[in-house]
Ligand binder design. Structure first.
Ligand code: NOJ
Length: 553
């Protein structure tokens, strides 16, 4: 497909930014972030280069899983604002070229959701079958998602004498998607938010959502995902489903659908992310290279979403035990920096000891890897986690806007905040957006520049990726090419300079490599040979400039 035929495919080259309204900016001073606050920061996001804003759950909630326990799929948590405020944000964002996607959390509800309250009141309730009930817990009653916090998947409801399924916490009963009434509710929910102007959904826990409980007789569960996608398409040509599917690549492929693009539009690359951390721990790009080689090619109607941090624990569950231990030893030496035996509760800069060279190398990779980059709020300024908060929520601290009270997040008394910024070196006095806005050398400016270069390099989102052979073991060299041209990126994982000898054999004589971040132009020698020097943790993006192709940069 030609990159110029992209009308509804805006997401192929988007820059995604995830935030929780609750911790972004508190406008009314009650200690809780709100939509009115977020509306004031849309220009900041536009300036950063964000084109897709992913809002974590903002619905009415029992608030025992940070909003992932919804009590009304159609509502807005009154602490955060009203539907009017949501629409203002969507409209303002759209005006600045940013589309908004929202979390769709329909694998389960809160146990205080009126459906579940009614369902457990009586076996005859019309809502009983909205959930999954058994007289006895099935034999596979293990493998909880939150080991240490939950021990079973089935909880006895004393009153009605049956067990209900909860993939996550016991206060999050799973919805029964085998029930057509539930599927209708989900469709209506999707339709509702689309009507308010959003451009799609980050779909929570997709494999669990479509999983058919043992004993249920349902046709292909992927048919349900195809159905959802068809419905979405009918309601909006531009809307996407960005799915959370933490499975091996081969299985992930099924979630794009047989004719890819029939089910999820985008999927996070959990495998690549985990391999990246192994590579960082070893100062050796091979694990990441291996993952990238294994990453299946996907159709133009699908996309990978790359990330180095999200709002959950940094899961390492797909590494081997020994590999996970290596990453733990390198980046989470203290047991309190780990959770569930599989993940890390820290942010990137603290894991990398605050080394700006390494941090920048990782973000350069994030923006140059084939796919779209996804940032978790605060990454652009190098926020750290709050080590005093144990578990997953250590990284969900208030956005650090300035060095004033509560990091400029809220004028309220600190005791009213739902989460506190860290103290010490990563405190708002040292790490904040205002200070970095005024410093051309800051991480914020750097990320802005990466986003800008990414946006004039559509081959990254559209192209075919290749790993190039060369003779510098600490360096990953990858290239992406599409009809618009080709880019080659180099990343040095070691604390030592490296010399890289490359041969771009298929490039025409006279082609040059132009540096997208500097003035260099390097002519390719015979057989496309070129020699490049990288400093320790250095990186480069080089555009292949062919005579007369008129590319920018
Ligand atoms: C995945 C979300 O990312 C996580 O934060 C949440 O706890 C579970 N789904 C349950 O909704």
């Amino acid at each position: 497909m030609k990159i110029t035929d992209t009308s509804d495919l805006w997401w192929k080259t988007s820059v995604v930014y995830c935030l929780d309204v609750e911790t972004y900016l508190d406008h009314d001073g009650d200690g809780v972030g709100d939509f009115a606050g977020l509306a004031q920061r849309i220009d900041y996001l536009a300036d950063l280069g964000v084109t897709c804003l992913w809002l974590m759950p903002f619905y009415p909630t029992a608030d025992r899983d940070d909003g992932y326990d919804v009590t009304d799929f159609y509502g807005v948590d009154p602490r955060l604002g009203t539907h009017g405020d949501v629409v203002e944000v969507i409209r303002t964002a759209r005006d600045r070229g940013i589309r908004v996607i929202v979390d769709l959390v329909v694998n389960h509800t809160a146990d205080t959701h009126p459906w579940f309250v009614a369902a457990r009141r009586s076996r005859n309730s019309r809502y009983r079958d909205y959930y999954v009930w058994r007289d006895e817990p099935p034999a596979n009653n293990v493998n909880t998602v939150f080991p240490g916090e939950e021990t079973t998947l089935w909880e006895l409801d004393e009153k009605s004498g049956q067990y209900y399924l909860h993939t996550f916490y016991r206060h999050q009963p799973d919805l029964n998607i085998g029930n057509p009434a539930v599927r209708d509710e989900i469709a209506k929910t999707i339709g509702f938010w689309l009507q308010l102007g959003i451009s799609g959904f980050r779909v929570d826990a997709v494999p669990f959502l479509i999983e058919v409980p043992e004993g249920e007789d349902l046709a292909d569960p992927h048919e349900y995902l195809r159905d959802l996608r068809r419905f979405l398409r009918r309601r909006s040509r531009e809307a996407v489903l960005l799915g959370e599917v933490n499975l091996p690549y081969k299985e992930q492929l099924d979630y794009f659908g047989d004719n890819q693009g029939e089910e999820l539009t985008l999927q996070f690359d959990f495998i690549g992310m985990q391999a990246l951390y192994l590579s960082l721990a070893r100062s050796d790009p091979r694990p990441l290279a291996k993952a990238l080689r294994a990453r299946p090619a996907i159709a133009p109607e699908a996309q990978w979403a790359n990330f180095v941090r999200n709002h959950d624990e940094l899961t390492l569950d797909k590494l081997t035990d020994a590999e996970r231990e290596e990453v733990f030893a390198a980046f989470a030496p203290d047991e309190r920096q780990r959770v569930y035996g599989r993940g890390i509760t820290r942010r990137l800069p603290t894991m990398l000891g605050g080394d700006p060279r390494r941090i920048r190398m990782v973000y350069s990779l994030l923006f140059s890897l084939p796919g779209v980059p996804v940032l978790f709020y605060g990454e652009e300024i190098g926020m750290g986690e709050n080590p005093d908060i144990l578990g997953r929520t250590s990284v969900r601290t208030p956005m650090q806007w300035s060095d004033s009270r509560n990091g400029g997040f809220s004028p309220a008394a600190p005791s009213r905040l739902t989460s506190r910024p860290p103290e010490g070196g990563y405190a708002p006095e040292h790490i904040n957006a205002s200070q970095q806005l005024n410093d051309d050398e800051s991480l914020l400016h750097f990320i802005r520049k990466l986003a800008a270069r990414y946006r004039i390099s559509p081959e990254i989102g559209w192209g075919t990726a290749e790993l190039l052979e060369h003779d510098a073991p600490s360096v990953l060299v990858h290239s992406v090419r599409a009809d618009v041209g080709r880019m080659v990126a180099l990343h040095n994982f070691a604390d030592e300079p490296a010399r890289v000898r490359l041969a771009l054999e298929d490039e025409p004589e006279g082609a040059e490599l132009t540096d997208l971040f500097g003035p260099d132009r390097l002519a390719l020698g015979p057989a496309g040979r070129v020699e490049l020097d990288l400093p320790a943790y250095g990186w480069r993006w080089l555009r292949v400039a062919r005579p007369g192709d008129g590319r920018l940069g």
